[in-house]
Ligand binder design. Structure first.
Ligand SMILES: C[S@@+](CC[C@H](N)C(=O)[O-])C[C@H]1O[C@@H](n2cnc3c(N)ncnc32)[C@H](O)[C@@H]1O
Length: 226
């Protein structure tokens, strides 16, 4: 397991600050922030094979999914909120019409909600990623998510997620904010996530922890299904 050198808060904000404000609403830099985050943060950690089957958990209106599409064989885009999912389907259909490279004519994007999760069969995913979502996930939602990873990742498949670590500057700043919305926000402690994965997803081995504005964990599924 490799623990990366922490970047400073200011470095990270300068690099990725614009993407912290993504929530469905399309701002001027909404799509470009997805391209940048896919290329800089997500894709390098997924170690994707040829024509991979990839899933985004909590895809919103497709900011990252749209950037992922040209690089995958099949994309499962899971979004639980109905209105957001409708927008996601529209955005991915438009992207499939306009931005797929000629050498990927068979790329498939499938937008799903909670009822369709069983369509994703056991050990079929090369990668599962979940970005800017965990602060919406309570303990039960995390339990479901890690159980899904345990079951659906292929041997060697990779899981990447980010979260606001309560021990980090972002976590402390977030707790101190006076302008917090009424929306519940979950700020996890690293040890909570690690012990949850140990219990719920014992196939996963921790590969990397990236310390930043949002910490990132990278896991790899082993062959065994305990
Ligand atoms: C800030 S958006 C991020 C969207 C996308 N991942 C991105 O980076 O642009 C958070 C999304 O997570 C979804 N969400 C909330 N709770 C969730 C859960 N338990 N499981 C999956 N997605 C969830 C919300 O509906 C929303 O679309």
């Amino acid at each position: 397991m490799r623990r990366s050198t922490p970047e400073t808060w200011d470095d990270l904000l300068a690099k990725h600050g614009e993407v912290l404000a993504c929530f469905g609403a399309a701002t001027d830099n909404y799509w470009s922030s997805g391209e940048k985050q896919w290329a800089d943060v997500v894709a390098p950690r997924l170690a994707l094979p040829e024509s991979p089957v990839v899933m985004e958990w909590g895809a919103g209106s497709g900011r990252l999914a749209r950037a992922a599409l040209p690089h995958v064989g099949q994309l499962w885009a899971y979004e639980p909120a109905d209105a957001v999912r409708a927008l996601l389907a529209e955005n991915l259909a438009a992207a499939a019409r306009t931005s797929l490279p000629d050498d990927r004519p068979g790329t498939v994007a499938v937008v799903i909600g909670p009822e369709e999760l069983p369509l994703v069969l056991p050990q079929t995913l090369d990668a599962l990623y979940c970005i800017f979502v965990m602060h919406h996930m309570d303990y039960d939602a995390l339990w479901e998510f890690f159980g899904f990873a345990q079951e659906r990742l292929k041997p060697g498949g990779v899981l990447v997620y980010d979260y606001i670590n309560i021990e980090s500057k972002a976590g402390a700043s977030f707790l101190a904010r006076k302008d917090r919305s009424e929306w519940p926000i979950y700020i996890w402690h690293e040890s909570q996530l690690l012990s949850l994965v140990e219990r719920r997803a014992p196939r996963l081995q921790l590969l990397q922890v990236v310390v930043g504005v949002r910490d990132i964990h990278v896991w790899k599924a082993t062959d065994e299904t305990p």
